[in-house]
Design a protein around this ligand. Structure first.
Ligand SMILES: Cc1cc2nc3c(=O)[nH]c(=O)nc-3n(C[C@H](O)[C@H](O)[C@H](O)COP(=O)(O)OP(=O)(O)OC[C@H]3O[C@@H](n4cnc5c(N)ncnc54)[C@H](O)[C@@H]3O)c2cc1C
Length: 458
């Protein structure tokens, strides 16, 4: 990299180019997870596809490591790097809804709140996650698990096309019709194949949902888990709810006597009509006496942003995950043992149901392979204080180690830290070799390697 080449790069950009000496650098280098402390050499905040093309070409010609940043939410901090170029898409926020076609085109720097806001006005939504501040790009490219998974599938099951800047600087479209191998790989294979500048999604009819939390005392956790495992596998697909161990936050929404109490609970989201939802949830909500039960109609956008305030950017964040086929009794006993010991108020364990519509797609139809798993488990150690880093990490890893033998073998890539090649192979299992062959075709030099990396086939 010479001053001339850098000057030319800067002159070509419409967006910003930020270097360590710039006032904006400290804020620009930070990602959502406060545990990540990386120092890129350059950060470019692209405003359009041309900026992305210039950035990719500049990095390739100057042998710079590249990290792609969508929403910056990745737990392992894969939206940044030490000593390379961060291609930050956070200024690319366009969302174009086509209500008649029931489609939405979303630029690569959007977070889900941007999309929810735009589509809610038309009574529609893209199946996304559980938090509105997560990036569309990273979440989608890993699969996309959320409140609407049982009803409408993973986010990738609603992806129609993506525009991608490849390692050689070409812009291509990936869809069932154009570059279908790339389209297959993008649906679960993460940021391995290029910079996605926009996504085209199918919209689903979702506006008001029947939703909210039901909490039970810890003493009932084993009974609740046993009831939940069967309930959620048999429930109608328009009924969803994830199981959690959590500490009730001291906020006015909850009665004071429950503040800071560790409980277990289910957070519901039903797209079924209210009477049907009430009838479907009744057996779970009444089988044991909850300490808090607050389920009713609310806009989908409200549900999506319910946890945003609790989890602002900058907290220390360490998580481990696995896919799970069955919740056996011994696994439930271990969950109760470790879930009762949440180390901080923000720490939690979630079990997301991933059956229903997501099971109707074959395990080799997209790069996301675990279509036979019923739950995505994620053990989350979180705290604002960096001094508690070891405390949350140790709790998280010992919980994970205890439960891993009961898992399906691999984890959802979006819930992984940097855990090594063996874990990456386990995440993609029988789809790994096909992904490696597609990686070789589209990125033979492994230019895009700051990710859950799929090595090009040799
Ligand atoms: C609070 C919180 C809640 C979450 N909730 C959910 C949830 O409900 N459901 C779920 O499925 N996941 C969830 N996740 C996990 C989330 O999907 C991943 O962390 C994901 O990586 C975040 O995407 P991002 O764009 O914000 O990440 P970034 O940190 O910006 O990027 C992560 C990786 O994605 C790739 N990437 C990002 N943008 C692009 C792009 N435009 N083109 C190509 N590759 C790109 C890159 O390889 C990068 O390494 C959550 C994470 C957090 C922290």
């Amino acid at each position: 990299m010479t001053p001339e080449s850098l000057g030319l790069f800067r002159a070509n950009l419409r967006g910003e180019l930020i270097q360590p000496a710039d006032a904006a650098y400290e804020a620009a280098r930070k990602v959502y997870n406060g545990m990540i402390d990386k120092h890129p050499t350059l950060i470019t905040r692209c405003v359009d596809v041309a900026d992305v093309v210039y950035a990719v070409n500049f990095a390739r010609e100057n042998s710079l490591l590249v990290a792609i940043r969508g929403g910056g939410h990745n737990g392992g901090g894969l939206g940044t790097c030490d000593g390379g170029l961060v291609i930050d898409l956070s200024r690319m926020k366009g969302v174009h809804v086509d209500p008649a076609a029931r489609q939405v085109r979303v630029e690569g720097g959007c977070v889900w709140g941007d999309v929810d806001h735009a589509t809610h006005a038309f009574g529609m939504a893209v199946p996304c996650g559980f938090v509105s501040t997560t990036g569309v790009a990273g979440l989608t490219l890993g699969g996309g698990i959320g409140y609407l998974t049982r009803a409408y599938g993973l986010t990738i099951d609603n992806l129609l096309a993506a525009d991608v800047v490849l390692a050689d600087g070409r812009l291509v479209r990936a869809s069932n019709e154009e570059n279908p191998d790339l389209f297959w790989a993008l649906r679960g294979g993460g940021g391995n194949f290029g910079v996605v500048t926009s996504f085209l999604f199918r919209l689903q009819p979702v506006k008001i949902v029947h939703a909210g939390p039901t909490f039970w005392p810890l003493a009932q956790a084993a009974d609740v888990m046993r009831a939940y495992r069967q309930f959620i596998l048999d429930a109608p697909e328009d009924v969803n709810g994830f199981f959690a161990f959590l500490v009730i936050p001291p906020v006015p929404m909850f009665p004071e006597h429950l503040h800071n109490k560790t409980v277990c609970g289910i957070v519901w989201c039903c797209t079924a009509p209210p009477e049907k939802a009430e009838a479907a949830l009744k057996p779970m909500r009444t089988f044991a006496k909850p300490v808090f039960d607050h389920v009713g109609p609310m806009p989908f956008t409200t549900l999506q942003s319910l946890f945003d305030g609790l989890y602002p950017a900058g907290l220390q964040w360490y998580w481990r995950a696995d896919f799970v086929r069955d919740l056996s009794d011994p696994a439930i006993a271990l969950h109760v043992e470790h879930g009762s010991q949440l180390p901080t108020m923000f720490s939690t364990m979630h079990l997301y149901p991933i059956n229903g519509a997501a099971h109707r797609v074959g395990k080799n139809d997209t790069a996301y392979s675990y279509r036979d798993a019923s739950f995505a488990e994620v053990i989350v150690g979180v705290d604002p204080d960096p001094a508690n880093k070891d405390k949350i990490t140790n709790w998280c890893t010992s919980y994970f180690d205890a439960l891993h033998p009961y898992s399906a073998g691999g984890a959802y890539v979006n819930f992984m830290m940097e855990e090594g090649q063996e874990r990456i192979r386990a995440a993609f299992r029988d789809n790994y070799d096909r992904l490696a062959a597609i990686k070789k075709k589209y990125d033979p030099a492994n230019f895009f390697r700051v990710n859950q990396n799929i090595r090009p086939a040799t």
